[in-house]
Write a protein that binds this ligand. Sequence first.
Ligand SMILES: *[C@@H]1O[C@H](CO)[C@@H](O)[C@H](O)[C@H]1NC(C)=O
Ligand SMILES: *[C@@H]1O[C@H](CO)[C@@H](O)[C@H](O)[C@H]1NC(C)=O
Ligand SMILES: *[C@@H]1O[C@H](CO)[C@@H](O)[C@H](O)[C@H]1NC(C)=O
Ligand SMILES: [Zn+2]
Length: 487
Amino acid sequence: MFNVRMEGFRFSSQLFIWLIAVCIGVSSGFEFKHHDNQELFNVLRDVNIKCKNITRVYALNEGSVLGIPLYVIEFSTKPGRHEVLKPEFKYIANMHGNEVLGRELLLKLADYLCDEYRTGNPHIKELIETTRIHLMPSMNPDGWQLATDTGGHDYLIGRTNNNSVDLNRNFPDLDRIVFDNEYENSDKNNHLLEQLTKLNDPLQPETRAVIRLIMQIPFVLSANLHGGDLVANYPYDESRSGSQSNEYAATPDDETFRHLALAYSSRHPDMASQHRKGCVDSQFAKQGGITNGAQWYSLQGGMQDFNYLSSNDFELTLELGCEKYPPPEDLQLEWERNKEALINYIWQSHIGIKGVVYDAKTKQPISNAIIHVANVTGVESIDIKHDITSVYGGDYYRLLTPGTYKVTVYKDGYVPHTKLVTVTNPSFTQALRVDFPLKATHGHHHNNHKHPFHSSKVIILFNRKLRTNMPRVIEIGPHGWRKGSQF
Ligand SMILES: *[C@@H]1O[C@H](CO)[C@@H](O)[C@H](O)[C@H]1NC(C)=O
Ligand SMILES: *[C@@H]1O[C@H](CO)[C@@H](O)[C@H](O)[C@H]1NC(C)=O
Ligand SMILES: *[C@@H]1O[C@H](CO)[C@@H](O)[C@H](O)[C@H]1NC(C)=O
Ligand SMILES: [Zn+2]
């Protein structure tokens, strides 16, 4: 009798513990391992179920060569749309299929952001409330499969997509255009797809899908996660002279890019450490764990420079470790080592200034206005020859390091408006807000300022150009972003 009772009690208490474990499992069931392409989707789906009101899972409008969808999970308090004054951020990983750490880090990051939001971590809540974050764990699921099926040990197997194309060499080479412009003394340094007349190589489906993402969502900041070294790499990746390496190729935003790279490396336990051994024989530790791309080695057709030269986005390439395919037992430690850096870097989408450009009389927002900045911190005024544009709600985001700047906004049919601003960038706060009401010029003539481009026209042109190569509808996912809808 007694024994039976005990057994019954023990049984039900075990059941109780098991039930609790199941319940806890729902909120912290993340397992550190190499998730295959199906499991990758399952993790994103589970996060979406747990955090329904702040996430959305979408697939790009084209999948990989072998037809695997390219999934993204988005975090926002209004999933599915751009909000005025809320910067957009993205991480893309596993573009080289055999470089797999970033893929697992982004899956864990998605799970972490969701859990911390739910348990009320004020820092993460604020980040999600003020930023729209897109995480794409794999841009090359086919390469991942091949690398994994062959043991994950080879330096090259699985790097390319299934057509043997290196996706980080497959983007339109806008660096060549910008270098030609510099040579011809033209200031044009942004939104350069308009000047693209030919593609050197046919675009791969994975590349096309990501280009459309870049064109449709007004990203401010992003990073592309790789492996094989330990360094934060910043533009340009291509040298001006054609030299293979050792030629620093500075952008007009060199100061800002160095700051961004340090924002990652300095929060990582070893990336910036003076004492660590390099992966091959690199000098990076002595440079704070950062490098200019072309200074390291020059490449054409990379995704990082494409972002900077085709859109308002600033992108880095993060090399997360010597080992491209670390064993599963290292993944949890690697997460702990990268967690703070990953989150601190997302916060950088709030440096500098942001605001709304609008018609002073009608109060209507003005998109495609040009935001030009001169650095007047020192004795002389230095033009930063890389303009950004206002987006759909008239909102603009201009990443800047601390200093004093003369900011001028141009738009056809309006009088240019200049403001002097001082940027200090206190940590973990939103960008300084600077709005620009513009007065219409009298009469119907347009003032011919020196930046005659319109990003909307560029997108149409670009789509037409793409269509001659590959007839596809311009549509981003199964969840309702179509041509004609806002995004
Ligand atoms: C999402 O749901 C949680 C839990 O119900 C709630 O606390 C939070 O405020 C909601 N967030 C948004 C952005 O709706
Ligand atoms: C393409 O995928 C097939 C099927 O998985 C595989 O056998 C082949 O090796 C792949 N080719 C390349 C170049 O990755
Ligand atoms: C502007 O100049 C100051 C002083 O030289 C410098 O610290 C700052 O980083 C510069 N800003 C940018 C965005 O280049
Ligand atoms: Zn790589």
